[in-house]
Design a protein around this ligand. Structure first.
Ligand code: NDP
Length: 454
């Protein structure tokens, strides 16, 4: 082993949260090291949000080509090449990976490409080097979780879905969360036969019930077969390389791929946490306080490894707040309230604030405004897809406490309106805002009819 190198901060994990923390800390004058065992950029950039959204765009063209005929276009049998898409996507991810390296270099952060393992509360081993840090930040993210059952090793996760050599003709996606519905939409759009096998009775648990119903309806209308109360209990490889799928009720089906999207686990194993005196909770996550501090005063953790709100922009804020607090003499905490989010399902979902049920439990009497309409973009086409919007107002204060949209551009619309919800604006503020015509978003400033919930 080489002589110990001394740092003010060692960051373990080069994803969104770790890279932000490293760069900002270095900018505040700290001597910073970051280690990454895979590729700089982490889940979001390398095998998550970014490549996923590129695949969502790609898969939507089939519907767009069809819709274009209503607008007068004639297309001669458009052809899709999965290998071309994957190669182009890989090129873009390579570019972003380089951007991350450059950002770190420019900030003066020392990069170690290798797995970081805690030797004790101050030392991290990367390959044959031992680094000594006055502070340590753990930002190792999460990994896909697949339940154990006979043949489970034959299933892929989202990690492998990004690198399939060919588009599966038939795929079963297990799960009913963000990743399952997004990939079901992607493969369906590409032309695969898709079964979504979900163990519960309604997908996207935790989201507003009306949106969940609407998404199930739209996914089924687009050809995805949603199986409720459906659990895969065995997989077997057939002689021709395809898979035989057995469900809990004894039924079977054949598929070319089976993808599990049954949640993600904090990536805390084999990290040397016990050697540093850090315990994990029942889910394997590292417990931290509002300053992202672990039980060791000089060891911190941000992002999915802490299992707070597992979203990239949240990890970035946690990492930034940590850096400003510890090295910038600007103490502050990441704010986890009213975080907007999106599901890039087809159609997409955008949401901020409380669901109707959560709002009812918290505020009591509510006014719920909702609207359902066919987006103008679809009017000249055969697409019957509906946009659905729901605004939840606390009746006592008149404050808008929840906004939930499913339909064309939902994520873009909610990003803008989330500022208003975060600012605690009232329904009167929404009403006083002039709409932009013709848009879908203008609906949110013209909602008049409501139902009382108490
Ligand atoms: P989720 O936690 O969202 O969903 C997991 C799904 O798998 C649920 O439907 C759950 O069912 C089901 N499930 C869990 N365990 C089992 C099991 N043993 N057998 C069968 N089904 C099971 O996880 P995802 O993997 O979809 O996503 C992980 C996280 O990544 C998300 O929580 C999110 O924070 C983040 N993410 C965000 C995205 C975005 O912002 N657009 C996109 C993708 C991921 P049940 O409902 O019954 O518990």
């Amino acid at each position: 082993m080489t002589e110990q190198q001394q740092f003010d901060l060692i960051v373990i994990g080069g994803g969104s949260g770790g890279v932000r923390a490293a760069r900002i800390s270095a900018g505040h004058g700290a001597r910073v090291a970051i280690c990454e065992e895979s590729r700089m950029g982490g889940t979001c950039v390398i095998r998550g949000c970014v490549p996923k959204k590129l695949l969502v765009y790609a898969s939507h063209f089939a519907e767009d080509f069809e819709a274009s005929q209503g607008f007068g276009w004639q297309l001669e049998n458009p052809q899709f090449s999965w290998p071309a898409l994957i190669a182009n996507k890989d090129r873009e991810i390579d570019r972003l990976n380089q951007v991350y390296h450059r950002l770190l270099d420019n900030a003066g952060v020392t990069t170690f490409m290798g797995r970081g393992v805690l030797l004790d509360a101050n030392r991290v081993q990367v390959g044959d080097q031992v680094l000594h840090g006055k502070r340590i930040l753990i930002a190792t993210g999460g990994r896909p979780f697949t339940p154990a059952f006979p043949g489970s090793e034959l299933a892929i996760s989202s990690d492998e879905a990004f690198h399939l050599e060919k588009l599966p003709r038939r795929i079963v996606v297990a799960g009913g969360g963000y990743i399952a519905v997004e990939f079901a939409g992607i493969f369906n759009g590409m032309g695969s036969d898709v079964i979504l096998a979900y163990r519960g009775d309604k997908i996207l648990r935790g989201f507003d019930d009306d949106l969940r119903d609407q998404l199930e309806h739209e996914m089924q209308a687009k050809g995805i077969k949603i199986q409720h109360h459906s659990e895969i209990t065995a997989l077997q490889r057939n002689a021709d390389g395809t898979l035989a799928v057995t469900y809990k009720d004894g039924s079977e089906c054949q598929a070319d791929q089976v993808m599990f999207a049954t949640g993600r686990q904090p990536y805390t194993w084999d990290l040397g946490l016990d050697q540093a005196g850090i315990e994990t909770d029942a889910k394997g996550a590292i417990p931290v306080d509002a300053d992202s501090r672990t039980c060791q005063p000089h060891i911190f953790a941000v992002g999915d490894v802490t299992n707070r709100i597992n979203l990239t922009p949240v990890a970035i804020r946690e990492g930034h707040a940590f850096a400003d607090t510890e090295f910038g003499n600007m103490p502050r905490q990441a704010d986890h309230a009213l975080v907007p989010s999106a599901v890039f399902s087809q159609p997409p979902i955008g949401t901020v604030g409380y669901t109707e049920q959560q709002a009812k439990d918290k505020f009591g009497r509510l006014r719920v405004y909702q609207s359902s309409f066919r987006a103008m973009k679809h009017t000249l086409t055969d697409i019957q897809e509906k946009t659905f919007m729901k605004m939840i107002v606390d009746d006592a204060s008149n404050v808008v406490v929840g906004l939930h949209i499913i339909g064309v551009d939902a994520a873009e619309i909610v990003q803008g309106f989330a500022v208003a919800v975060k600012a605690g604006l009232t329904k009167d503020h929404f009403d006083a805002t002039v709409g932009i015509h013709p848009t879908s978003g203008e609906e949110l400033v013209t909602l008049r009819d409501f139902r009382l919930v108490e």
